[in-house]
Design a protein around this ligand. Structure first.
Ligand code: SAH
Ligand code: SF4
Ligand code: F3S
Length: 419
């Protein structure tokens, strides 16, 4: 039996897809990349922007045609859009076998498993050997940023049991994992009993065999001094830190309900940079939030130029049903949003290349995470992607920390040689 899984959305969806994929592989299924070859198609969906939902709908349209040729194809739709628009999906696409909303991934697996008698549920949560593994440490979000649909599709914030997380880390390490990426919509607000995020990081760092720890996404308001200190003192913690800014206009930040001002944000960046010299800071920005004037936008653009993020993920504001800003007039024209996005991306891409170019000639310690064709894919401790040209014995390097010399820069990555 062949399966294909298509994932739209954030790292949390990628993580759930990996768990489901591992379960299927452990039960003898084979992953294919061409939908024509699949007996099972799993579409893992996202609702964050209207464009993410449009993408899923267009996929479902194509699958409908495919199912006319291959009547036995089973189609499962899971994830945030399945949660939000489950009934609409079922009505519009009779070809879909099952729509499963945002339940615990074990439940999703159980539902998929139930439609195949020969699947052994004992194998469901065993992860396959990977150098890098995600671990979800919480679900949901309580922040209710006025533009954001996440609290409505993922529910309230809930941190997972501390011991369960530690056990999972140990289990992964025994199976060959070197790097663990902790996931949550507001990862740095983790709290289980008395254990906060900093304590969790400390405990994970103590596990023998864990070589690197990374985490996302942070909310600026929860980034406290203890967290800054542990990143600066614990060498296992990677120094790529994603902290969405969204806007640099205080008026807009307030309307977004972000609970910080631009000056709070800048102070946080300054504190991080003075405590962690080789930090790599990335961010998210929304352009064209309701009432955003060209002056507000200028402030955001100036902030991008001043702060010099190594990467900016910028998005055009998309009104989402149920959110508070859905009732605000979406008054920035599509053309203006497009223009602002273009300006931000142009500026931030230029800065990214400048920052990466400074690494040329330097020696970096990288972890080799994957082999793609004749190239080794690795990352530096501060999270930059590094590609290393072919070697005859490239598989011997997998999962190892190596010293490499940076040769050249591509848009979002570095090219290096082993020394
Ligand atoms: N939990 C994270 C990220 C959530 S979604 C955080 O708090 O930062 C990822 C990014 O999508 C957000 O940071 C935001 O920049 C963007 N986003 C969320 N809702 C959006 C919307 N309605 N329109 C456009 N971009 C949006
Ligand atoms: Fe959405 Fe805000 Fe929660 Fe992030 S913190 S998931 S942007 S509501
Ligand atoms: Fe999208 Fe759901 Fe993630 S809405 S961004 S897949 S939590």
């Amino acid at each position: 039996m062949n399966y294909m899984i298509k994932t739209i959305g954030c790292q949390i969806n990628v993580c759930n897809s990996e768990i489901i994929s591992d379960m299927l592989v452990n039960n003898g299924f084979f992953e294919v990349k061409n939908p024509e070859e699949a007996n099972i198609f799993i579409l893992n969906t996202c609702s964050i922007r209207s464009s993410a939902e449009q993408k899923a709908f267009s996929y479902l349209g194509r699958l409908e045609i495919l199912k006319m040729k291959n009547k036995k194809l089973k189609i499962f739709v899971i994830g945030c859009m399945a949660e939000r628009l489950g009934n609409i999906i079922k009505q519009r696409f009779k070809t879909v076998n099952l729509v499963i909303g945002n339940k615990d991934v074990k439940y999703v697996i159980f539902k998929i498993v139930s439609s195949f008698q020969h699947i052994d549920t004992k194998n469901t949560l065993v992860s396959n050997n990977k150098i890098v593994n995600y671990i979800k440490i919480m679900t949901g979000c309580n922040n209710y940023c006025t533009y954001c649909i996440v609290p409505f599709v993922c529910g309230n914030e809930h941190s997972f049991n501390f011991n369960t997380i530690l056990n999972r880390c140990s289990m992964l390490v025994r199976r060959g994992t070197k790097k663990i990426i902790l996931l949550g919509q507001n990862v740095n607000s983790y709290k289980y009993g008395n254990v906060d995020f900093t304590m969790l990081l400390k405990q994970i760092a103590r596990i023998n065999g864990v070589e690197r720890i990374s985490f996302m996404t942070n909310h600026p308001k929860d980034f406290n001094i203890d967290l800054i200190n542990i990143i600066s003192n614990e060498p296992k913690i990677c120094t790529n830190i994603h902290i969405p800014m969204q806007s640099a206009s205080d008026r807009i930040l307030k309307k977004m309900n972000r609970k910080y001002t631009y000056s709070n944000y800048i102070k946080l960046i300054d504190n991080l940079r003075s405590a962690i010299p080789n930090i790599n800071i990335t961010t998210d920005i929304i352009v064209g939030f309701p009432t955003e004037t060209s002056m507000d936008f200028k402030k955001t653009l100036n902030a991008v130029q001043t702060i010099k993020f190594s990467k900016v993920y910028a998005f055009k504001y998309s009104p989402r049903p149920n959110t508070l800003s859905y009732n605000m007039i979406d008054d920035v024209t599509p053309l203006e949003k497009k223009e602002r996005l273009k300006v931000i991306l142009k500026e931030s891409n230029k800065i990214s290349v400048e920052i990466l170019s400074k690494m040329i000639g330097s020696v970096q310690e990288v972890l080799t995470e994957d082999i793609i064709g004749d190239t080794i894919k690795a990352t530096t401790r501060c999270g930059y992607k590094v590609f290393i040209k072919t070697l005859d014995n490239k598989y011997n390097y997998l999962g190892k920390q190596l010293n490499v010399k940076i040769k050249t820069v591509k848009i979002n990555s570095l090219i290096a040689e082993i020394i």
